[in-house]
Design a protein around this ligand. Structure first.
Ligand SMILES: O=C(O)CCC(=O)C(=O)O
Ligand SMILES: [Fe+2]
Length: 222
């Protein structure tokens, strides 16, 4: 029990975050979260099922579902080259709209929000013991922000600096419905998920573990 987040931990000060990184708690209400879980169930039926990408010979502990473009380490392709070579589903318009609202509300930059057109969504499902090592989202040519939505179990999220996987970094807790946006000077900062806290999500969501959606703009043409 000692490694469960305490009430104090859950209110980690957002002011610790570097410029360009923003955290909004409970940004999605429970009805929106439930609806997104239902969309996930539909996406997971295919044509490309969730899969664990292999990095340096090791499968990731998360299972990933891609919309818009398929991600494999280092590149985006239209077909799921490492799964079944089927074309991935498009990014739905409601998700693009949600991304624009997220950018507008966190950055206050209306022009940036209006031009934000995420063409890929990576949907990661974290079972109880899954983690994601410190990495940079660096396979996109565009500097447009990354918008991240969390649903289900709470995780400990580590947001660091652009140079190394090590300190300085900020640990914060992403709970169900939370929004995290990183762009501008923080767009290439290292980040990762160091722990998921089992059974901490809303009891009435039809998902076990944690779901995270990141929206990105690849900068790729057609
Ligand atoms: O699960 C998260 O909160 C972060 C996911 C992430 O960093 C990624 O998909 O690149
Ligand atoms: Fe990432």
């Amino acid at each position: 029990m000692t490694d469960q987040p305490t009430l104090f931990d859950l209110h980690s000060p957002a002011s610790d975050l570097p410029d360009g990184a923003h955290h909004r708690s409970a940004w999605l209400d429970i009805a929106q979260q439930r609806w997104i879980v239902a969309q996930y169930a539909a996406w997971a039926k295919g044509p490309v099922p969730p899969h664990s990408p292999v990095i340096h010979g090791h499968p990731m502990s998360v299972s990933m579902l891609c919309l818009g473009w398929h991600w494999t380490p280092g590149r985006y392709t239209r077909r799921a080259v490492d799964v079944n070579n089927a074309p991935v589903l498009p990014v739905p318009d409601w998700l693009v709209d949600l991304g624009r609202r997220a950018v507008a509300e966190t950055t206050g930059d209306a022009a940036l929000a209006a031009s934000y057109t995420p063409d890929v969504a990576l949907v990661n499902h974290y079972p109880d013991t899954a983690k994601m090592g410190m990495h940079r989202d660096a396979d996109e040519r565009s500097d447009a922000p990354v918008v991240s939505l969390s649903i289900g179990d709470t995780c400990r999220f580590r947001f660091g600096n652009a140079e190394t996987r090590n300190r300085p970094y900020t640990d914060l807790w992403l709970a169900s419905g939370d929004l995290f946006v990183f762009g501008g000077p923080a767009r290439r900062n290292y980040h990762g998920v160091t722990k998921v806290y089992p059974n901490t999500g809303p009891y009435d969501l039809e998902i076990h573990g944690r779901l995270n959606i990141t929206l990105r703009q690849t900068g790729k043409k057609g």
